[in-house]
Design a protein around this ligand. Structure first.
Ligand SMILES: Nc1ncnc2c1ncn2[C@@H]1O[C@H](COP(=O)(O)OP(=O)(O)OP(=O)(O)O)[C@@H](O)[C@H]1O
Length: 569
């Protein structure tokens, strides 16, 4: 791109300077005072191509030069688009992979506003910044070529360009500093705004029901107004820059005419050419300064994206280890401890779960059940101890291979903004086999009748976060999705909490039918759902107190017995 731009600028300069010998030829060589260097070069060139030096030939040459320039202009623009798109691709792909690999531990404390604006809005701003950066380099290159040619044609002219450049740069520098500062502030506002919008959307129902959305609206408006004020300031700066361009140039042009006529005493034809070259060079110089200022107006985004890429890389949790895990036969935790900051959340945990066993975790709220399950599923890292899968250290296992075999149903059901079929099958092809399997799991999860009664059947859209269906229906869809996947380990964290007793009993039956076929790890406050579990772990304040089956625990633990009695078991 830069090579084509270089040739294009060279042709532009050569084409324009051709007007000097053209006028000289038209007027008769002797009519122009001063240097006859150019006409000499032109004569040599025409002699070389066996043509006469006359006005017609020179005009044809000028047309050919500008046609060639157009060809190189085309290639410059084309390569610029390629450069820009490969840059945008690199940034966006990097961020996409960064999000994929971001560790769960980091994600839960990340600035969501920054995350979303980095991945969406600012990536586009980066493209604009890159375009402006390229433009300023291109214009700079043209100015440089003009300068070189100017030195060759008339050193006084090059001094004038340098003086012009220096003067305008002095003025522009003040604007550069202000624009850069505003850009950084705008960037911060963008993150705040993004964060509030996401919070507003995620908690829309609550905010609407309680009238608190007014508070959020005020917060959004407050930041929005700040952003608008700053954007107006940036616009004002840019308007001033553009407005100043012409008066500066006209003043400089007048100074040059005055200087040339009164001091040097050159003929008008010569002055016209110098002015033409000067005007052109200054236009490129100012365009370079303008593009540079536009580029600076987006530096906040550039700095942020750069930092964010580093942040994502630093907090990446790649799917390390060799692939090839075909079956999970045993998982073990040995003397495993986890802390959040200074607080120990899990303390010296020892757990062994073998293939197709069904285990349950019980304990008071905050005792560490979800944290333990997050460790088992590979979402969270542990501080000390060991996690073994089939006797192999978990850190050396390919996470993707492992997680691919894990089904996870959490307290908050996961619903995608798609229809029921895609939600359950995770966008599987609608082949006869998949449709049959879809109905099979729908029956297992007591959602078959519901789907059949919908106006669009399994093509019914569920809306953002499943707004169009009930909590229990969402939960059943989440469970069906995991059953459709043929997972080897099914983790259920309060999976049936949103269901009424009748539906819960139905689903329990379905889950029970999986007993002995896959490994099931469940957390439940309602003990009836885990009564049949092979092994129950009782947790207390980060410790794993005791384990055994339902009846064993009842006899071993007063707490468990009390809980069971309270629930009529
Ligand atoms: N990201 C986190 N940062 C700091 N502390 C955390 C974090 N996640 C959980 N905790 C703390 O760890 C402890 C255990 O939480 P955990 O969610 O594992 O408990 P739980 O037994 O599953 O509770 P519940 O039954 O209410 O879901 C709690 O005291 C909680 O405050």
């Amino acid at each position: 791109m830069l090579f084509c731009n270089f040739i294009m600028a060279l042709l532009d300069g050569v084409g324009l300077t051709m007007f000097v010998p053209l006028i000289q030829v038209a007027d008769g060589v002797n009519s122009v005072k001063g240097d006859n260097k150019l006409i000499h070069i032109v004569s040599v060139f025409f002699k070389f191509i066996h043509l006469e030096v006359n006005v017609i030939n020179m005009l044809v040459l000028i047309i050919i030069i500008f046609l060639l320039k157009a060809v190189f202009f085309y290639f410059t623009q084309f390569f610029q688009t390629l450069t820009l798109q490969s840059f945008v691709k690199k940034i966006r792909v990097d961020l996409i992979f960064g999000l994929r690999d971001l560790s769960y531990k980091e994600f839960i404390s990340t600035d969501i506003g920054r995350l979303q604006s980095s991945l969406i809005g600012e990536s586009s701003q980066m493209a604009q910044a890159c375009a402006q950066y390229i433009e300023s380099i291109k214009s700079g290159m043209v100015v440089f070529i003009y300068l070189c040619m100017a030195f060759f044609i008339d050193w006084k002219f090059s001094i004038l360009i340098l003086v012009g450049g220096f003067l305008t740069n002095q003025i522009y520098n003040r604007f550069y500093v202000k624009t850069k500062k505003l850009s950084r502030e705008l960037n911060k506002n963008n993150h705040q705004y993004g964060g509030i919008v996401i919070e507003n959307v995620n908690n829309f129902k609550y905010l609407k029901a309680t009238g608190r959305n007014i508070f959020f609206t005020d917060r959004m408006l407050n930041i929005l107004y700040q952003m608008i004020d700053k954007n107006i300031l940036v616009g004002r700066l840019q308007a001033r820059l553009s407005a100043m361009r012409e008066p500066i140039m006209i003043t400089l042009v007048c100074v040059i005419i005055g200087f040339q006529v009164t001091v040097v005493g050159v003929a008008l034809s010569s002055i016209m050419i110098i002015l033409m070259l000067f005007y052109r060079a200054m236009a490129y110089l100012m365009s370079m300064q303008g593009s540079w200022n536009n580029y600076l107006a987006t530096t906040g985004s550039i700095e942020n994206i750069k930092d964010y890429q580093i942040y994502l890389k630093k907090n990446a949790e790649p799917e390390i280890g060799k692939s090839g895990l075909t079956e999970i036969n045993k998982i073990e935790l040995k003397n495993l401890s986890v802390s959040f900051g200074d607080r120990k959340i899990l303390n010296d945990i020892n757990v062994e779960i073998v293939k197709n066993q069904s285990v349950a975790l019980v304990g008071e709220s905050g005792s560490g059940k979800s944290t333990l399950v997050n460790i088992l599923s590979g979402l969270l890292k542990y501080d000390t101890g060991q996690y073994l899968v089939n006797g192999i250290d978990f850190t050396t296992i390919n996470r993707f291979d492992f997680k691919n075999k894990i089904g996870y149903i959490s307290q908050e059901p996961t619903i995608f903004n798609a229809d029921i079929f895609d939600n359950i099958t995770f966008w599987a092809d609608r082949t006869e086999e998949n449709i049959n399997k879809f109905f099979h799991v729908a029956k297992l999860c007591s959602i078959y009748d519901f789907i059949n009664n919908l106006p669009n059947g399994y093509n019914e859209l569920l809306g953002y976060n499943g707004m169009n269906i009930s909590g229990g229906q969402k939960q059943r869809i989440s469970i069906a999705r995991e059953l459709f996947r043929d997972v080897q380990i099914l983790i259920m964290d309060e999976a049936t909490s949103a269901l009424d007793s009748e539906t819960e009993a139905e689903i329990k039956q379905s889950i029970d039918s999986l007993k002995g076929k896959i490994t099931i790890i469940s957390i439940a406050h309602r003990l009836s759902t885990i009564r049949e579990a092979d092994k129950i772990f009782l947790m207390n304040n980060g410790d794993l107190e005791i384990s055994g089956n339902f009846d064993e625990l009842k006899s071993k633990s007063d707490y468990f017995r009390r809980m069971a009695q309270l629930q009529g078991l």
